[in-house]
Write a protein that binds this ligand. Structure first.
Ligand code: SF4
Length: 358
């Protein structure tokens, strides 16, 4: 089967992106309500969304004058499921738990550079991102998987990981780099890129910027598949907000155990977090799983990842990647301070073939 069948339909404009449906799913809520009440409304709305989201949307498209379903898809309802997700994301930002580090800091209080300096490092979250998101670049990317190119990629600044071999370390380690994002502006840029042939809108290192991404989508007037290009270390709450919004989870599955995750990315409880999020993504939408093969880590990382994925998310598209280069701080770890050998690459391919992928 085609693991990305729905994505292909959205990309060809034959189906609505999920955020378009969420934007046209009415939900009545009080934005000042308790967070627990907002979650309850969200979960009820998501049940309805999962039952009949697309068919309801298409029904309204076919019958714009239907008295029971009077909202046209291109005329957003007064309060929508997407609006509710934005309100919840804003609350999370004030006690940040977008990722599973769950720092609990109020990222709004770091409103200016002066305040950040005054507050000091200890009041910042691990990623040091504040409320205003920045991006270092946005462009038509031709180097992603064939199904995705050309892909309109938006590279956000900062990251919740600290991978010692990060190829984008200038961006990932500096959340203050790049342009501050005005969601309406980025939505306009995304619409223009879609008009130029972009097959999707691809958010890279998106996790600390979920609140901004939801706002960008709320401002979008153009149908395009949304790609969540991440390390899959988001929190369970973030995973719930992503449901009904993301069309393709372009997820890195880096490590087959917690020890390697701690050593190379300073991430704790990695396996449980990432497998939980892949399962949630699998139930929600479509997955393109990336596994960057690390030198000396075929048996401890690649093998268990392939095994788990085969058993738990068999319809995902699995992409083994062999382009590892020892960059950034990899020189401090002699065991990964080299390229892959041919035999390691062959062994990884063999594991994938044995699992029935490839
Ligand atoms: S997104 Fe940043 S501030 Fe928020 S929990 Fe993760 S590391 Fe901490």
């Amino acid at each position: 089967m085609n693991a990305l069948a729905r994505y292909q339909r959205i990309s060809a404009d034959r189906s609505p992106a999920r955020f378009m449906i969420a934007k046209n799913t009415p939900v009545d809520f009080d934005r000042d309500a308790a967070l627990s009440d907002l979650w309850k409304l969200h979960d009820d709305a998501m049940s309805q969304f999962n039952k009949s989201g697309e068919s309801d949307w298409l029904d309204r498209l076919d019958k714009p004058n239907n008295p029971n379903k009077s909202e046209k898809p291109d005329e957003p309802c007064e309060k929508s499921l997407l609006d509710l997700k934005i309100v919840i994301a804003d609350r999370i930002l004030e006690n940040c738990h977008f990722c599973d580090r769950r720092c609990g800091v109020n990222r709004r209080k770091m409103g200016t550079m002066e305040m950040r300096e005054k507050w000091g490092q200890e009041k910042q979250g691990y990623c040091r991102a504040w409320a205003v998101s920045r991006y270092s670049s946005e462009f038509m990317h031709y180097g992603e998987e064939p199904e995705l190119v050309p892909s309109h990629t938006v590279f956000f600044s900062g990251c919740v990981f600290s991978c010692v071999y990060c190829q984008n370390w200038e961006i990932s380690t500096n959340p203050d780099l790049g342009m501050p994002i005005l969601p309406e502006d980025l939505a306009r840029i995304a619409a223009a890129k879609r008009g130029l042939g972009a097959r999707n809108l691809n958010f890279v290192t998106p996790t600390p910027h979920l609140h901004t991404i939801l706002r960008i989508l709320a401002a979008m007037r153009v149908n395009t598949p949304v790609v969540w290009n991440s390390n899959m270390y988001h929190s369970i709450e973030a995973a719930k907000l992503l449901c009904g919004v993301v069309d393709v989870y372009l997820g890195d599955f880096k490590y087959g155990n917690d020890e390697c995750a701690k050593k190379y990315s300073n991430a704790t409880h990695y396996w449980d977090t990432v497998t939980r999020n892949f399962l949630c993504a699998y139930n929600d939408s479509e997955i393109l799983l990336r596994q960057l093969v690390l030198p000396g880590h075929v048996e401890c990382c690649t093998a268990p990842i392939i095994k788990w994925a085969r058993e738990n998310i068999p319809d995902a598209r699995f992409n083994l990647m062999f382009q590892y280069r020892p960059t950034y701080l990899a020189y401090q770890h002699p065991e990964i301070n080299r390229l892959l050998t041919r035999s390691e690459e062959a062994r990884a391919r063999e594991l994938l073939m044995e699992a029935g992928w490839g």
